[in-house]
Write a protein that binds this ligand. Sequence first.
Ligand code: PAF
Length: 257
Amino acid sequence: MRVWNSVEQWVERRSALSAQTIGFVPTMGALHRGHAALIERCRAENGIAVVSIFVNPLQFNDPKDLDRYPRTMERDLMLLENLNVDDVFVPSPAEMYPQGCRFYVEEASSTAIMEGLHRPGFFKGVMTVVLKLLNLVRADRAYFGEKDFQQLKIIQGMVNDFFIPTEIVACPTVREPSGLAESSRNALLSAAGRERAGSIFQVLTSASTPEQARTQLEACGFSVDYVEDHWGRRFAAASLEGVRLIDNVALPAGTRP
Ligand code: PAF
């Protein structure tokens, strides 16, 4: 496994990889079983498996959130080695934004709700960095988790509208036994909080309306940003112990808005 810190060196390596299919999993590190599932699929479906680790400052509207985002580089690299990844791209912010950020990608409809509304600038940061990464890696396929379903939809839209020749592959959410969706932020919860946080999934799958789900989450001690139905799915963002968690589930057929 080779680790690349510079854009220039990565671009040189990339130009030597013309004959094989390339799969790509972009991450912000603090890797967990959800990432491992994306990487295993990427590894199985492509000749070369590339992973990026970049905690993108542009997608954090709160500097405190950026500071406390978990960073576990040594452990991440060991995991990637065990998963037989070929190349890991680990650029610094100066490599990714050499002139600061002069150009942004923005979208006007899917980003106006849920995460886009509650985290101003978040999707602008995500789309901008994902466009840069897709252009650098020029993968045949890139793998994204359905846990971040709104992000997945927006990236699919961007790739489509900008004619980016990378197939976006959607992968199912990986859950803990309690139902809690795997997320780097779970590491910030206490053991008891982590167990209790599984109720987001249970409430999303059992409540009959978003309003009922909100009431039930509040009764479990969550501070709720939203519960909303879109694209045949029910979405929630809620905080426990000061840790903001998101999740979504497919609505049963017949109840879809
Ligand atoms: O989902 C994430 O981890 C990030 O938003 C991504 C896609 C790696 C862009 O920074």
